[in-house]
Design a protein around this ligand. Sequence first.
Ligand code: SF4
Ligand code: SF4
Length: 309
Amino acid sequence: MKRRNFIKNCLCLSGGGLCAYIAYKQKLIKFLNQIPKSQDNDFWNKEPFLQHAEVHLAEHCNLNCKYCCHFSCIAEKKLYDFEQYKKDMRQLAKVTKKRIRSFYFLGGEPLLHPQVNDFMDFTRKILPFTLLALVTNGVLLKQMPESFWKSMQKNEIYLFMSYYPIEVDYKYIDKKTKEYNILGFQIPEEENMIKYFSKSNLSQKGERDIEKAYMSCEAKAGCSNYVDGKLYPCHMPAYIHHLNKRFGTKFKVGETDYIDIYKTKNLAEILDFLANPMPFCRYCGQEFFNLVPWENSMEHTLDEWVIDC
Ligand code: SF4
Ligand code: SF4
């Protein structure tokens, strides 16, 4: 399959291959720019802003997708502590002066967090003009209580789904999103189902040209992941510890692979950091485009992510 057809066919947001992820995110950003819900255009037009950031509410997932580029299928169970989240978000809001254009709750599977409503309520208070979205594989949506749908509605949170070829009651979700006037969801067409993933193709040697990797990277500054008060330019260094732990690999994440929001002076410093490659890019297989059929499996092997193992 050609790259452009793959991109056209993919609607994955939460880990189904970087290319699908970025392509859809770029579509979304375009889409979001046309819909000023929850946003004050005067606010955004005045000064620079951080285009996007996202958090894992749960590191782990209820699906077991091979090749998951957030490594959630091999992550041990871990939930973001809500008190810590409040602290981290206050700091991020302070440093950025609340100028974050879009902010997503994802994972892993964010609906595995029993306090998902609290996260949504708090984030809306602290980021009043930001476009907020919850990104899910949809498996748990049918079990969510009315309070969840009310919180989505009250806080104007978009619902974005990764459409895997699995059993999900899309008609029910359609009904609920219409009932609560929640935007972002649509019943997927066959061509929008995720049938392929792009492999990460990491190299353990870490000898790749970081400039070249970065130039071919579609994640550049548009996929920032916020973890424990640190902002990473992309998901790779943010979650690589899951791979290291599971397989004993030694991918290193250093202090220059992220920016510590507790030590950062202002937004300009963050934007400057995100505009450049980081040392971790030396492992990255962004130059290579390698498609594999999507598969939900309990068995995982290192070669799902690593090229030289
Ligand atoms: S559904 Fe879960 S395991 Fe599958 S790609 Fe998304 S985050 Fe990874
Ligand atoms: S590691 Fe570097 S090149 Fe690879 S996806 Fe992240 S930012 Fe892009």
